[in-house]
Design a protein around this ligand. Structure first.
Ligand code: G4P
Length: 208
């Protein structure tokens, strides 16, 4: 459980919670399958609601761009950018031949037990950008750290983090909070088994 007095908020998006309870599947104590509506097949109405929720959460944070990582983050990042009326960029896991001045970082995924490279075109972000990172899951936070490195290399600022599904027993939430940026999580899981998902109550999470 996250301690109080930090900039993390759980929005408790009931739409998403109910959908996970109906159509999600707990594959192991740390992996939730949501590919029927969130990160493979996409429920576009749900995704639009997610984008609205993040836009409402961050509308006062002077966000100039939304960033995510292919592939699971693209849909929620796009609807969020649409509702914030700002551009969106996604970090790629392989350098396309068309990229002329790439910025790279290497990420280790504990979830998948692999290393991968993230890259963006240097000109996609600038020193004037205040960037919102959106992703489908926050597990151990290594993808988030990779994004932070890319932002540092382009001189842009991390203005906030929005996560569709948090898993509060994994290290990612503490890692994001250690960067002292606002973090919004739409639904947060305390623990899960194939029979039951235990949710973090929003009241258990203080803000500012
Ligand atoms: P990590 O430190 O363990 O690497 O955690 P991270 O949050 O960076 O997530 C690594 C990848 O694993 C991400 O996908 C993330 O979406 C996925 N992931 C983490 N937890 C879960 C889970 O409970 N269920 C599912 N379905 N995925 C999970 P990615 O590598 O960016 O690739 P992609 O699958 O989006 O293409």
């Amino acid at each position: 459980m996250i301690s109080t007095g930090r900039k993390v908020r759980v929005k408790q998006m009931n739409f998403l919670k109910e959908r996970i309870e109906k159509d999600g599947k707990v594959l192991s104590p740390s992996v939730l399958k949501v590919d029927g509506f969130l990160n493979h097949s996409i429920d576009v109405q749900l995704m639009d609601e997610i984008g609205k929720a993040f836009a409402e959460a961050f509308h006062q944070n002077n966000i100039t761009k939304v960033i995510t990582i292919e592939s699971g983050g693209i849909a929620p990042a796009m609807t969020t950018a649409f509702h914030l009326n700002v551009p969106m960029v996604f970090a790629k896991k392989a350098k396309p031949s068309t990229m002329s001045d790439p910025v790279y970082t290497t990420v280790h995924s504990f979830t998948k037990n692999t290393d991968y490279t993230l890259c963006i075109e240097r000109s996609a972000l600038s020193e004037d950008d205040n960037v919102l990172f959106i992703d489908d899951f926050l597990a151990n936070g290594q993808a988030f750290e990779g994004i932070c490195h890319l932002l540092e290399k382009t001189g842009s600022n991390l203005g906030g983090v929005g996560i569709c599904i948090g898993k509060s027993w994994q290290k990612g939430q503490e890692l994001v909070m250690s960067r002292n940026v606002p973090l919004w999580i739409l639904v947060s899981i305390q623990k899960m088994t194939p029979e039951e998902i235990v949710w973090d109550e929003p009241s258990a999470w203080a803000c500012e």
